[in-house]
Every structure is written in C-alpha cells, then in structure tokens.
Design a protein around this ligand. Structure first.
Ligand SMILES: [Zn+2]
Length: 254
C-alpha cells in the first residue's frame, strides 16, 4: 500500500496569495503546499481522503485516474471545496462513493445541492453515493478494512481513518483516550501540526509531539502546515527521530 501526500498546507495553502512572508517567497519546492489531502492506493483499491480546492491539480500531478471512494474528515472548505472536480471520475466510473459523518453529508448536500438533486439534474453535474460513517463502526472498501477515529477540531467533531497500520488524523486539537488506544503503536501516523504558536483548533508543535509520544508510532509525518511554522528544512531540524515534515508529492510505502 502506498500513501501519496497530495497536499500538506493549511487552509490558505503556501504561498498565501499576495504574501511577502519569506516562506511564501521560498524557492524550495517543499515549501509549496496545497490544501491537505492524501491518496492511499494499492493494486486493489484507490482511496482519497478529503477533496479541497486543489483537488483537480492534485489528481493531475499524482496521476490518480480512478477513485473507489472519497473519505471526508470534516466539512471545512479546505477539505471539501473541490467536490465539483470529481466530474472526470464520475463520467468514467459512475456515481462516486463518498464516506463522511452524517453532519458532513448534510453540509455537502446544502453547499453542492446540484450534485445531490435527483430531478431536473444538469447533465454535466456529477453524482455521488452517500455512505454515513459512524463512530466506532469500521467499514470495508474493496475488501480493505477501515476504522474511523473520532477527534475534536476545537468544538467540531472530525474523523481520522486507520487503514492497515496507517493512521491519518488532521485538524485535530483533542483526542479521547479510547481513540488513542485504537491507534497505539501504529506503523505510520500522519498528524496535523500547524506551527509553534498555539491555535484554538489545531495542534501546535508541542501538542503534536506530546500526542506522538502517547501514540508511539514507528514513524510520524506532520501535515496541515502554516507558512508561520517556517521553512521545511528548518522545521525538520527541530523534530525528534522518526518524526518528519510531510511535503507535497511525497509518496511513502506502508
Ligand atoms: Zn483544515
């Protein structure tokens, strides 16, 4: 199984439009970050987690040309705004299965009403099949078992996902002990880490490192990075062994 980091930036991406911040002006390709998303794929399945505003570009760059399922963590725009761009997949494959919390499905239905209508549907609009993800209820996609991990993004519930020892958790600020127990000693953990300064709904570096020492994964990758965190190369120097800053187009083997 391979995991391809489609995007590793926070909600505005890096560079931020019009910004003169040194990180936004960096020439290092690792300092250019699209909105967070990963593509998990093997010979048997192809799953994308979240579908932000950079989805089209991410599908072109990664050469992802088939999607068995789209999994959503939560409804914020940086994780959902690209939903219309599933059209090429829909034209080829038919309705695309989307997995999310009931609240997130309802939110998408409101914001992308033309995708969800059954009558007088515009012929070019894509269609989806909705599958509700429930707390403590794993599910299968193409014989691959997937376990939702419940967490909080400030006041908002979010889902992370565990697939064969790979755990993807983003936009997290607090995680209950029972949920941490589900992912203890996993092979690879991906966790959000916005910057060094505290934030009301995201882990900062200190919180992310504390979380990593509770989970004890073999390897960890930090994602959802803000330009305020600094240059990729500088952040990496501050991290302990087996903790890495993820970057766009990095692909890892699980
Ligand atoms: Zn986000």
């Amino acid at each position: 199984m391979k995991v391809y980091f489609l995007g590793t930036g926070t909600s505005q991406g890096i560079p931020v439009i019009g910004s003169n911040h040194s990180v936004c002006l960096s020439n290092d390709s690792k300092d250019k970050r699209l909105r967070v998303s990963v593509w998990i794929h093997s010979e048997n399945f192809s799953i994308v987690i979240d579908c932000g505003p950079d989805f089209r570009q991410q599908m072109l760059t990664s050469k992802c040309n088939y999607i068995d399922a789209l999994l959503f963590t939560h409804e914020h725009a940086d994780h959902t705004a690209g939903l219309d761009d599933i059209r090429p997949f829909y034209f080829k494959q038919g309705p695309i299965p989307i997995y999310a919390h009931k609240r997130v499905l309802e939110n998408l239905e409101k914001r992308f009403d033309y995708i969800f209508v059954n009558e007088n549907k515009y012929p070019g609009a894509p269609s989806v099949t909705q599958i509700e993800v429930k707390e403590n209820e794993g599910f299968e996609i193409k014989n691959q078992w997937i376990e939702p991990i419940n967490a909080s993004h400030g006041n908002l519930q979010v889902f992370g996902y565990q697939i064969e020892g790979f755990v993807y958790l983003t936009d997290v600020k607090t995680v209950a002990v029972e949920e941490i127990n589900k992912i203890k000693n996993c092979k690879v953990l991906v966790i959000n880490c916005l910057r060094e300064e505290p934030h009301h709904s995201h882990f900062n570096l200190e919180e992310a490192l504390d979380f990593i020492s509770l989970v004890q994964p073999n390897r960890t990758y930090l994602t959802h990075i803000s330009h305020l965190f600094g240059f990729h190369e500088e952040i990496q120097k501050k991290l302990p062994e087996n903790v890495f800053v993820a970057y766009d187009n990095l692909e890892i083997l699980i």
